[in-house]
Design a protein around this ligand. Structure first.
Ligand code: GLU
Length: 366
């Protein structure tokens, strides 16, 4: 298998132009870029939008307001057509493609998460380029990623990718007007100030993303240890990224999380929230297990082994995700108690930590 993996996200605004035509030029460019880094032991996985946009063109639908049923149906029309562009264009670069359609729910179950990971890794072994989109036909609002930026970050973290490249129609993130001197070159930490630069949340006519969703996705990726680049397509871009001089905006990664912790941080369905005092929050942030003594209260109904959110109280700061060793009912009885008191309160307790440090993942502080 190749030494490095890039996940490349390409949005509808780049794939479908204002004249309502599919921009095959950008798919040709992408194939050339993937082929050029392939010679340097870098394999790529593509996350593509455009199914709905291509479906609209195919069906001659011009209305900019579409309801969920229309979007789902148009995605079903557009997706195979979109794939046929990828298949034909990539074949000219001797690249084979595979279609992978995913929903948010697929990442929530640990076994499905592992299946996704294993399939994508096997396709990489085959030398086949996975072309991933959200499975719009089955994804309703409640279970949707909502935008492919977030999906690409989940894919990158599940794969332990080296780099997530989010292609944009501007050079990157700007402080103010789109002038070269305003371009943010490197982001070491995604602060509220950086989030504010993303401005309004709206996407383009054909896509749902926008800069805000790119920053949200970058946060997921860097927390998982994936370096993230926002850049405009240009010839030789991927080789420049390899050499560390891509231009655009580079988000530096945190230390890498293993696959189980990535799942816990971003995939697992959160069943409740455990509120802890400042001391316990600092202990967790420094890598220690969460003990009952530091727990103030909890919200939600959860069982042994469920994923919970850990927040500091009273600040409400999001601290970590963890797999809990007690049900919400049991936790209510032992919160604030010293570990040695637990056996007397709960005769069936299997351990003393509320969340063991091996089952904890810290969420990058906001
Ligand atoms: N999955 C949608 C599509 O292919 C796009 C979602 C997005 O714009 O991010 O059309």
């Amino acid at each position: 298998m190749s030494a490095k993996k890039y996940v490349v996200k390409i949005g509808s605004n780049l794939l479908v132009d204002e004249k309502r035509k599919v921009n095959t030029g950008i798919i040709e460019w992408l194939a050339r870029e993937i082929s050029s880094v392939g010679k340097h032991q870098i394999s790529c996985v593509v996350v593509t939008s455009g199914a709905i946009g291509v479906g609209r063109i195919a069906r001659g639908v011009s209305s900019s307001k579409l309801n969920m049923r229309d979007k789902q149906a148009l995605a079903a029309v557009g997706q195979p057509e979109l794939m046929s562009y990828y298949r034909d264009v990539f074949a000219r670069e001797q690249l084979d493609v595979a279609q992978v359609l995913l929903t948010n729910e697929d990442f929530a179950s640990r076994s499905r998460f592992m299946n996704i990971r294993n399939t994508l890794l096997t396709l990489l072994d085959y030398g086949v380029v996975s072309v991933i989109n959200e499975n719009d036909t089955v994804a309703t609002d409640e279970i949707k990623f909502g935008d492919n930026d977030t999906l690409s970050a989940h894919v990158a973290s599940s794969l332990g990718a080296d780099t997530l490249v989010m292609l944009t129609d501007v050079e990157g993130l700007y402080r103010g007007e789109f002038l070269t001197e305003n371009l943010v070159g490197t982001v070491t930490k995604i602060t509220p100030e950086i989030e504010k630069l993303a401005g309004d949340k709206s996407g383009s006519k054909y896509g749902t993303g926008g800069m805000a969703s790119k920053i949200k996705a970058a946060r997921i990726a860097v927390t998982a240890g994936v370096r993230t680049v926002l850049a405009k397509p240009s010839d030789g871009l991927f080789l420049k990224i390899k050499n560390g001089d891509a231009g655009g905006t580079l988000f530096l990664p945190s230390p890498r999380l293993d696959s189980k912790k990535c799942w816990l941080a971003f995939g697992a369905k959160i069943k409740g929230t455990v509120f802890v005092d400042k001391g316990a929050a600092s202990a967790v942030l420094s890598g220690k297990s969460l003990l009952a003594a530091g727990v103030r209260n909890s919200e939600g109904t959860f069982r042994y082994g469920d994923a919970v959110k850990i927040c500091e109280t009273p600040s409400g700061a999001d601290v970590a995700r963890g797999l809990v060793n007690f049900s919400s009912e049991q936790l209510a009885r032992i919160q604030g108690k010293h570990s040695r008191e637990i056996p007397a309160i709960l005769s069936d307790a299997t351990g003393s930590e509320v969340v063991h440090r091996d089952n904890l993942v810290i969420i990058q502080a906001r």
